[in-house]
Structures are given as structure tokens and as C-alpha cells.
Design a protein around this ligand. Structure first.
Ligand code: UDX
Length: 458
């Protein structure tokens, strides 16, 4: 395939995590379809199979991060300790950025030599070292936020964004319902020097970037967005849902098990609860057992993703309780990794019990699937607050005991309360579809983004 195209050359810098590399790959696909040629630079820790994406040039850079230092499992344990962030996570991100700085700089210089010109470098916000490098090279740096724009309000290192400023003007019901103050308090509690440094580097990079791209939809966070804009003069482009703009892209690092689709085909419409906690979160054996009995006792059919290693101290599902399989029979299907977007779009799926990672949240919204929220860390807490308090398209599972799980599943899947929630979820689905129309907000932002990239070139 022709790699040098008419709109110029873009370099995209990925972060080595499933929830981050998929939206970057989707963005690459869309920009490629607009005529840009693309090089994807990624830390060698996690990489996609380049032969599945022959339209891009892939460059791997050494990160000197051992799998054990930044593996999903290890990261999940560290993140769980303090809900939001820890010294170790901050340390790992700092090491990743420190170790990638020189190789990324060299890589960009090599690309400049061969292509003579790079119109912009688009980097994941976690790869904040990229901004310093592009500043030195005189290239425009654009950052991709794979979560909501609202998360930017949670960082205390934002210039002029103290508690007083954050709260002033938060009289809108939407922002009040979101409980930003409570979530921010969780983030700022007991910061270490390392955490403050990483957050400062992160927000600093965003300040110097020439644009911020967000994989969200404007209508979902309109109120917060106007607040974000007060503190970030940088142009913000809300271009989601990227997975709907690049639907054929599969960026899974694990193999999707398609057998669950034939199982779904045999289930009644909207009867199945789909359970998945994304690519990082871990649970302990007790939670596995309570989840198993909660699902069994709810009497609803379920499709459950248990990643190998997701249950601490187990290889896979060998810790499931005795009698569980017999009690469930054909009513349950457990897989290691599912084709999630296809699952959520399936007519049999009526609810999504999720950790509320942003990709899962936005994928669920686009299919009108109501959610049961079990957040673990980071932006999942904010997403849960949006889902349950602002959009009201889900219920939070606060107590992970089997009786409560059973009752909450029934509230969502069977009760009148669930019917209202489903109706609101379907309304959001319709609004999401409108964003993608020619005059919808996403299309307009995309045109603006392309213009911005092209203008910075001239
Ligand atoms: C991480 C963070 O946890 C999340 O909070 C942040 O918003 C993004 O980075 P992750 O935990 O993996 O992401 O969750 P999520 O953002 O939901 O991304 C998971 C992706 O994996 C989704 O695109 C989902 O479709 C996909 N997936 C998940 C599958 O394809 N199959 C599965 O079985 C499970």
C-alpha cells in the first residue's frame, strides 16, 4: 500500500495498554482514510501485530521496562492500593517516559530524515515525554486523551484550578450530581513527591500541546467541558466514539473467543448480563465466588469474561466454587476474552456489569446497554458517577456480596426500575448516533482537527 499520501505524514505514539492502544489505532485508521500517511511508534513492552495493519509503518522503541514492572496484573495491584494512583504506578509511568525519551527522539529524527516533514506528532497522554521532544524539534504535538475531558478537572496541578475555582460556578445540576469535589479529594489524598511530579509532567505536556483530542462525545459532558475550557486554552476536539468511526479495526492483544456469539444466538432478546472488567483490573478469590453465586442465583443468563490471571493467585477459573457449574448449566458462558463490541451490539445482551473503563463505557452507550458499575480505580470512579448520577443509565454495585449482587442484577434486568434505566440508555444511543451524522458534533470536531493539523503544517 502507498504510504506517502497527499495530506502529509503523522507520527502517533502509543501507550502500552489495551485501553489506550485501541483508540489510538482507531484514530490512526480514521486519519489514514483522510489521506495522511502514518507511522505508529510504540514501546516494545506491548505491540500489535504489524502484519494486521499493513497501511501503517510500525516502529518499536526500547523502554527497558520489564514485563513484571508494568504488566497489567502488577499495575492493577498497585492501582487498587489507593484507588487512584500510587507511588509505584507514578514511578512506572515516570520510568516509561524517562526510558522512552532518547529512543523516541532518535526515532522522530530518523523519520524526519526519511520523510523530510512530519505534520504533527499525536501522543497518548500517558506518553507525556513526547511533548518535550517535539518542542525541541519544533514540531506540533497533539495529545490523545482516551478518557473523558472531565478527568482534566481532577488534576490539582492545573494552573489556577484550586478548590475555590473548581467549585465556583458548579451550580449546574449536572456538575453537582457528578460529585467532582469528592472524586478530586480521592485523587489529592496523600500525594507523594513522585505522584506530584508525574501529574505535573502530564498536565504540563497538555498545556504545551497544540491540541487535545478526546475520545468522547460532546453531549455527554457538555457542562464539564465548558469548565475544562476555562482552564485549558488549548483547542479541544471531542471526536468519539472512535470505535464507530473505525469499526473494522481489531486491536485486541488477546485472542477473542467467538464461541460466545453462537451461545448468545441461542438466548432470548435482552436477557443476558455481560460481565467484563477490562484488561487491567484483578479480583480476589472471594470476589470470584460471590460473583459466581450472585450470577447463578439471579437466574439470568450470563456471559462472563475471566482473563487468564485476572483472579489473584489463580491461573483461570479453577477457584470457582463446587456446585456452581451444575447449578448454572447452559445458562452461563465463561470466556477468556470476548469480541466485546460485537457482544454489546448483540440483541440478546440486556445489561453490562462493568469496571467502567472509558472504552467499555462508551461502547455500552453506543449500543444502548444499561450498566452495573463496579469501578476499581482511576477514571472508572468518575465514569461510574456519570453513569449512575448524571446520565442515570446504570446502578452501582457497592456491596459485592452474593445476595446484593443477585438483587442488583434483578433490579437492572427485570424490575420496573431497570426498564426506566434501559429507556434512558436507548436515548443516549440515539444521541450518540447523531454525533456521527455529517452535521453532528463529532464530524464537526474532526473537520476542525484536520484543519488544525493542516494549518500547523503551513
Ligand atoms: C484502562 C483503564 O482501566 C480505563 O479506566 C481507562 O479508561 C482506559 O485504560 P481497561 O481497563 O482495559 O482500560 O478498560 P477499557 O477502557 O474499558 O478498555 C477495554 C477494552 O478492551 C475495550 O475496548 C473492550 O472492548 C476490550 N475488551 C474487553 C474486549 O475486546 N474483550 C474483552 O473480553 C474485554
Amino acid at each position: 500500500m502507498e504510504k506517502q499520501q497527499k495530506s502529509g505524514h503523522l507520527v502517533l505514539v502509543m501507550a502500552p495498554f489495551q485501553g489506550h492502544l485501541t483508540p489510538m489505532l482507531q484514530l490512526a485508521t480514521i486519519l489514514h482514510s483522510k489521506g495522511f500517511s502514518i507511522t505508529i511508534v510504540h514501546p516494545e513492552l506491548k505491540s500489535l501485530n504489524p502484519s494486521n495493519h499493513p497501511e501503517f509503518t510500525f516502529v518499536s522503541i526500547p523502554d527497558k521496562i520489564k514485563e513484571s514492572q508494568l504488566s497489567d496484573e502488577d499495575l492493577a495491584d498497585k492501582l487498587k492500593e489507593s484507588l487512584v494512583s500510587t507511588v509505584d504506578v507514578a514511578g512506572s509511568l515516570q520510568s516509561l517516559n524517562k526510558n522512552c525519551t532518547a529512543p523516541l527522539q532518535k526515532c522522530l529524527e530518523n523519520i524526519l530524515h526519511s520523510h523530510h516533514h512530519i505534520v504533527a506528532v499525536i501522543y497518548d497522554t500517558l506518553m507525556f515525554c513526547a511533548q518535550t521532544i517535539v518542542n525541541d524539534l519544533g514540531l506540533p504535538g497533539i495529545t490523545l486523551r482516551t478518557s473523558t475531558a472531565t478527568t482534566l478537572l481532577l488534576f490539582p496541578e492545573l494552573p489556577q484550578l484550586g478548590e475555590k475555582e473548581l467549585m465556583s460556578g458548579i451550580e449546574s445540576p449536572e456538575l453537582q450530581a457528578l460529585q467532582l469535589q469528592r472524586l478530586r479529594a480521592l485523587i489529592v489524598q496523600n500525594p507523594t513527591q513522585m505522584m506530584m511530579e508525574v501529574r505535573a509532567a502530564f498536565t504540563n505536556a497538555m498545556k504545551f500541546s497544540s491540541a487535545i483530542i478526546v475520545n468522547s462525545m460532546e453531549f455527554l459532558e457538555l457542562e464539564a467541558l465548558s469548565k475544562v475550557r476555562q482552564y485549558f486554552p488549548t483547542p479541544i476536539f471531542i471526536v468519539g466514539p472512535l470505535h464507530k468511526l473505525a469499526p473494522t479495526i481489531c486491536g485486541s492483544l488477546l485472542t477473542e473467543d467467538d464461541k460466545c456469539i453462537s451461545w448468545l444466538n441461542k438466548q432470548a432478546p435482552k436477557s443476558v448480563i455481560y460481565v467484563s472488567f477490562g484488561s487491567i483490573a484483578n479480583i480476589d478469590k472471594q470476589e470470584l465466588i460471590e460473583t459466581a453465586w450472585g450470577l447463578s442465583n439471579s437466574k439470568q443468563p450470563f456471559l462472563w469474561v475471566v482473563r487468564p490471571g485476572m483472579v489473584c493467585g489463580s491461573e483461570w477459573i479453577e477457584s470457582l466454587p463446587n456446585g456452581f457449574e451444575e447449578s448454572v448449566g447452559e445458562r452461563g458462558c465463561i470466556v477468556k476474552w470476548a469480541p466485546q463490541k460485537e457482544v454489546l451490539a448483540h440483541a440478546a445482551v440486556g445489561g453490562f456489569w462493568s469496571h467502567c473503563g472509558w472504552n467499555s463505557t462508551i461502547e455500552s452507550i453506543c449500543e444502548g446497554v444499561p450498566m452495573l458499575c463496579r469501578p476499581f480505580f482511576g477514571d472508572q470512579l468518575l465514569n461510574t458517577s456519570y453513569i449512575c448520577n448524571v446520565w442515570k443509565i446504570g446502578l452501582e454495585l457497592q456491596n459485592l456480596e452474593r445476595g446484593n449482587i443477585e438483587r442488583t442484577i434483578k433490579r437492572l434486568m427485570v424490575d420496573m426500575e431497570g426498564k426506566d434505566i434501559r429507556k434512558r440508555a436507548m436515548d443516549l444511543k440515539k444521541k450518540a448516533a447523531l454525533c456521527l451524522m455529517e452535521d453532528g458534533s463529532t464530524s464537526c470536531y474532526f473537520n476542525g482537527l484536520i484543519k488544525q493539523i493542516t494549518v500547523s503544517e503551513t
